[in-house]
Design a protein around this ligand. Structure first.
Ligand code: KG4
Ligand code: ZN
Length: 347
């Protein structure tokens, strides 16, 4: 089984080819970051239009990179949600049309399932069951992953996602979009403890997060006079430390609550070096295993969609002739891959 996967849920257009035996044969990505930077965030209509422009050339490039022709492709996987509806529709329509023209099945994939399964592409993949810390621009969740398609939500954010907290505070510091990596870079020269920002929900039991207070706290300190480069770096360091401490504490709490010893970190914020370092220290101390996708597969990509799609196509699942796109799609509504005619992997 060889699958071609398409991702277009937000501001990355991506195509990958994954072979069940030979592994990942190609992954192509075009990031729209420059397009949206001018506006300080993703403009949905511009995103959709750019996906229309980029996806077909990316499909061609991925086939060349995979040394494959259309005759070698046994199925198509595409991100059907959650995400920007117009952006999703561009990928879904292309995927469904290719599947029709090439006479192969198409399967719709949940974007977050893609993030959760991205570490399966690594040489030492995590065993099931495990706990996943899913930290992206739109989501912050702790999930018990019993197997592919078997997800139990343990806790999530009540307001902003961790990536959103990085991006919004970065914006307050005058950093360009997307602010997460920029803030992390600035934090490297900041002094730890110079600013002690709130670590919300840490004093309470449970596995929920809340990051909106951080934005308010930062908006107050950036207004204070004397905001020189050194102080900006100190603030960035304070923000990063507060987010990382919160994520690490809650992730360890989730492992303890479930009795599991393996943690998977997925999503764009999983690329954060300070988070990785803090988790490595905690893991060494407590005898835990922590798995990450390689950095380029932490942020949005089509290789992760191919992993989820391959599992579902192999089980005989497909989305029929429908073009599926859902702005909202609860992760817990997914089920274990199985033969199901006509509709996607929703119970
Ligand atoms: O998973 P992703 O690519 O897209 C979503 O599905 O949301 O995550 C993007 C998020 C953005 O908020 C970005 O600022 C954040 O991940 N991010 C980082 C880093 N790299 C990406 N945040 C902190 N440190 C990083 N190194
Ligand atoms: Zn994502």
């Amino acid at each position: 089984m060889r699958v071609l996967a398409i991702e277009s849920s937000c501001d990355e257009s991506a195509v990958a080819v994954l072979d069940a035996e030979r592994g990942l044969l190609a992954h192509e990505l075009y990031s729209q970051i420059e397009l949206h930077r001018l506006y300080g965030g993703v403009v949905p209509e511009l995103a959709s239009r750019d996906h229309v422009r980029r996806l077909v050339p990316l499909v061609r490039a991925a086939l060349v990179e995979a040394r494959s022709t259309r005759a070698d492709i046994d199925g198509i996987a595409y991100t059907a949600g959650p995400g920007l509806i117009g952006a999703l529709l561009t990928g879904a329509a292309l995927a469904r049309s290719l599947a029709y023209a090439w006479d192969v099945p198409a399967v719709s994939v949940h974007h977050l399932e893609g993030h959760l399964l991205a570490p399966l592409l690594e040489p030492d993949p995590p065993a099931f069951p495990h706990v996943a810390l899913l930290v992206s621009g739109g989501h912050t969740m702790l999930i018990e992953v019993r197997g592919i398609g078997a997800y139990r939500l343990l806790g999530e954010t009540r307001d902003d996602a961790a990536g959103e907290a990085f991006d919004k505070t970065a914006k307050l510091l005058g950093l360009p979009y997307p602010g997460g990596p920029e803030l992390a870079r600035l934090a490297e020269s900041g002094r730890p403890g110079a600013y002690a920002f709130p670590r919300p929900m840490l004093d309470r039991p449970g596995l929920e997060f809340s990051f909106s207070g951080l934005k308010t706290a930062v908006s107050l300190v950036v207004k204070a006079p004397g905001l020189d480069p050194a102080r900006r770096a100190d603030i960035a360091r304070g923000v990063e430390d507060a987010i990382v401490a919160t994520l690490v504490t809650k992730a360890l709490r989730a492992l303890e609550a479930t009795g599991l010893d393996t943690l998977v970190v997925a999503g764009g914020v999983g690329a954060n070096r300070a988070l990785r370092d803090a988790l490595s220290i905690a893991a060494a101390r407590q005898g835990l295993r922590v798995h990450y996708p390689r950095i380029e597969f932490c942020t949005d990509n089509a290789a992760m969609i191919a992993v989820a799609g391959l599992a579902r196509l192999t089980a005989g699942e497909h989305a029929g002739l429908a073009i599926e796109a859902r702005a909202q799609w609860p992760l817990e509504s997914l089920h274990v891959p199985c033969r199901a005619e006509g509709t996607a992997n929703e119970s």
